[in-house]
Design a protein around this ligand. Structure first.
Ligand code: AMP
Length: 188
């Protein structure tokens, strides 16, 4: 079983992915975490992407594609991946489909955490003081929300047409969302 999880910045994707990974013995593939690691280590890729991330846009499809292929091709994670932050646009969705085909895997379910822009703003300002992410500035967060609406919402539509989509109210408490997601995954 592979899972894709969607949600705007601050929706709780990371928190819920960690929970799923632990409970169902899966691997959380967070492209955002991998990219932030590259930035903190100041690698060649890190230098290239920091200005993109800090304006709330998407980094190049090729860079992220290389990152996810490393995980998809790893037998330890075969059919055990939670895609947290990928795909972010239709090109990436096609690429993911091709990679999964290449490594004989598939997506079993797609989760969407739905939250309003108001909640996003509130949560991002709370997170900023805890995690010190350079892109958790209010204006950048609004830009990230817009990027999500423009580039990622069409991908969600794509999965909806494939009958894979489950929408979850991301305004609920973390525990309530945990429970809802557990029930969905257990019923597959
Ligand atoms: P996240 O932690 O998922 O909110 O991602 C933080 C930032 O990393 C995003 O705003 C993008 O700039 C970049 N990023 C993460 N995943 C991707 C992706 N799949 N494609 C392009 N950029 C990404």
């Amino acid at each position: 079983m592979n899972i894709v999880i969607f949600g705007p910045p601050g929706a709780g994707k990371g928190t819920q992915s960690k929970f799923i990974a632990e409970k169902f013995n899966m691997y959380q593939l967070s492209t955002g975490d991998i990219l932030r690691k590259e930035m903190s280590k100041n690698t060649e890729i890190g230098k290239k992407i920091s200005s993109v991330i800090n304006t709330g846009s998407l980094v190049s499809d090729q860079i992220v594609s290389d990152m996810i292929e490393k995980v998809i091709s790893n037998n330890d994670y075969h059919n055990k991946i939670i895609f947290d932050g990928y795909p972010r646009n239709l090109i990436q969705a096609k690429n993911l489909e091709n990679l999964l085909k290449k490594y004989k895997q598939k997506i079993s379910i797609v989760l969407k955490l739905s939250v309003s822009l108001e909640t996003v703003k509130k949560r991002i300002s709370e997170r900023k003081s805890l995690e010190k992410r350079t892109d958790d500035d209010k204006d950048i967060a609004i830009k990230r929300y817009k990027t999500y609406e423009n580039s990622t919402e069409p991908v969600i539509e794509y999965y909806k047409k494939l009958n894979l989509l489950k929408v979850i109210d991301g305004e609920n408490s973390i525990d309530q969302i945990n429970k809802e997601i557990s029930d969905i995954i257990s019923s597959i």
